[in-house]
Ligand binder design. Structure first.
Ligand SMILES: Cc1cc2nc3c(=O)[nH]c(=O)nc-3n(C[C@H](O)[C@H](O)[C@H](O)COP(=O)(O)OP(=O)(O)OC[C@H]3O[C@@H](n4cnc5c(N)ncnc54)[C@H](O)[C@@H]3O)c2cc1C
Length: 426
């Protein structure tokens, strides 16, 4: 069985590794860039290992935890994160009780009043879901501005599917009790090399099977073999090769275009702005959010707190995640941080920007309808396995993608292991 893996992010690399572990040797990973890791990569800058926005490892799957921590030595870190909203710092995740106390009396009355007298309506969209659970006060204070900033569409145009994924609490009471996965207190982080060291380690085991600087530009069915022809560009030339099975971590919209299925799904890009600050640390947080919509920054991470290793003294690197790219400039980012009192403008020694063109799948109202089209496309092409955050169009973290890759490989090898289907390349 000859397998093409499209993309060498965590999904592609772990799929390749699982295939090799299962004695499937004819595995070819195509990666457009000159490096692996995709959105979970790291780079060194001014002596700090920098990730693309805050990345931390958390899983409820004991097997995944054991495997990843045995591959990459990690330290357990006690989470420290906050939210800057309405000119004040509050806990992250939002603790409704704290908000009521800190914003007493103005905001507090609105939050409690709207919570007590909220009217239940059908949860047709994200906004209505939040209104049903928390009421208008908390929605206007936190949920609406942050979600609109993240997705770039009004809250009543966001699918309730996203709300169900992200707001894994039943309402104000659960929020105060602080149950569920959202409230993890500790996370794991590589002892050295940043979050990207996980992909770097996976790469070590599959290196011979990876073709860097090789961009897939088309995929089409091959009626003669029942497989697929991949067309790719490398060093200015275009070539084609036929495969029995494809594991794709490309954005689903890209693969759907190749297969002639028009989708209206959209991704929200992000700019990640790195600032070298002439100070030992800016806050004690691993990351903190800006919830207000007049601030274009979503989140800030400070890498010093993740690493726990010896780092340059007297300086620190922070990174700001910005999805309102239409409002973006480095000056604006620095001004916003200075206005919030996080840094002084004259402390910024250097800056750098990284692009994430496919940072967030946008859960638009037509999400479920579009995903139905995706499922129909998958049914027509059972030899193409979609793994990964953008291939599955879901907000998923590394631990979940690792698990998805394991399952995809199980599906690929299952028929091959059955004697009756020995002639079937799947
Ligand atoms: C802001 C942000 C914060 C996050 N925080 C966390 C966190 O705290 N913890 C966590 O575990 N996860 C986090 N994640 C999620 C995590 O980064 C992603 O889920 C993961 O990196 C996705 O891996 P992937 O392999 O599915 O896709 P990608 O990383 O996107 O990899 C796809 C690869 O395919 C390549 N490619 C694309 N097109 C082509 C082509 N045509 N031909 C060849 N190659 C191509 C790309 O270059 C890339 O290397 C976060 C994500 C974001 C955006």
């Amino acid at each position: 069985m000859k397998v093409a893996i499209l993309g060498a992010g965590v999904s592609g690399l772990s799929s390749a590794r699982f295939l090799l572990q299962n004695q499937i040797r004819d595995v070819h990973v195509f990666e457009a860039e000159n490096r692996v890791g995709g959105m979970a990569r790291s780079f060194e800058w001014h002596g700090f290992n920098c990730d693309l926005a805050p990345h931390r490892f958390f899983t409820e799957n004991a097997e995944t935890l054991k495997e990843i921590t045995s591959l990459v030595p990690m330290r357990r870190v006690r989470r420290q994160s906050s939210i800057f909203v309405g000119g004040r710092w509050i806990q992250d995740p939002v603790n409704a009780a704290e908000v009521v106390v800190k914003f007493f009396p103005g905001r507090s009355f609105s939050i409690v009043w709207h919570y007590l007298f909220r009217r239940q309506r059908p949860e047709d969209n994200f906004e209505q879901m939040v209104l049903n659970k928390f009421g208008k006060g908390l929605h206007e204070f936190f949920f609406r501005p942050y979600s609109e900033k993240l997705f770039g569409i009004p809250a009543d145009q966001i699918s309730p599917v996203w709300g169900r994924k992200k707001i894994r609490v039943g309402g104000l009471r659960d929020m105060i009790m602080r149950k569920t996965r959202l409230y993890f207190r500790e996370f794991y982080y590589p002892r050295k090399g940043g979050y990207g060291s996980i992909c770097d380690r996976l790469y070590e085991d599959v290196r011979d099977n990876v073709r860097l600087n090789t961009r897939i530009v088309n995929v089409r069915p091959d009626p003669a073999t029942g497989g697929y022809v991949c067309r790719f560009e490398h060093g200015g030339t275009t070539s084609e090769e036929t495969f029995d099975v494809i594991v794709s971590s490309l954005p689903i919209t890209q693969m759907a275009t190749y297969l002639g299925v028009p989708l209206t799904l959209k991704f929200r890009p992000a700019k990640i702005v790195y600032l070298l600050i002439d100070r030992e640390r800016v806050t004690e947080n691993h990351w903190f959010y800006f919830a207000d919509d007049h601030i274009s920054i979503n989140r800030v991470a400070e890498f010093r707190h993740f690493a726990g290793a010896s780092l340059p003294a007297g300086r620190t690197v922070i990174c700001c995640e910005i999805t309102q790219t239409e409002r973006f400039s480095i000056e604006r980012t620095i001004n916003e941080l200075a206005t919030a009192g996080v840094i002084r403008k004259d402390e910024v020694l250097d800056s750098r920007v990284e692009e994430m063109p496919f940072a967030y799948p946008v859960y638009h109202l037509d999400y479920e309808e579009q995903m139905q089209k995706v499922r129909e496309m998958e049914a027509l092409h059972p030899r193409i396995h979609h793994v990964g955050r953008n291939a599955r169009f879901v907000h998923r973290d590394l631990d979940e993608l690792y698990e998805d890759a394991r399952q995809a490989v199980q599906r690929i090898i299952a028929p091959a292991q059955e004697p009756a289907s020995a002639a079937d390349p799947r």
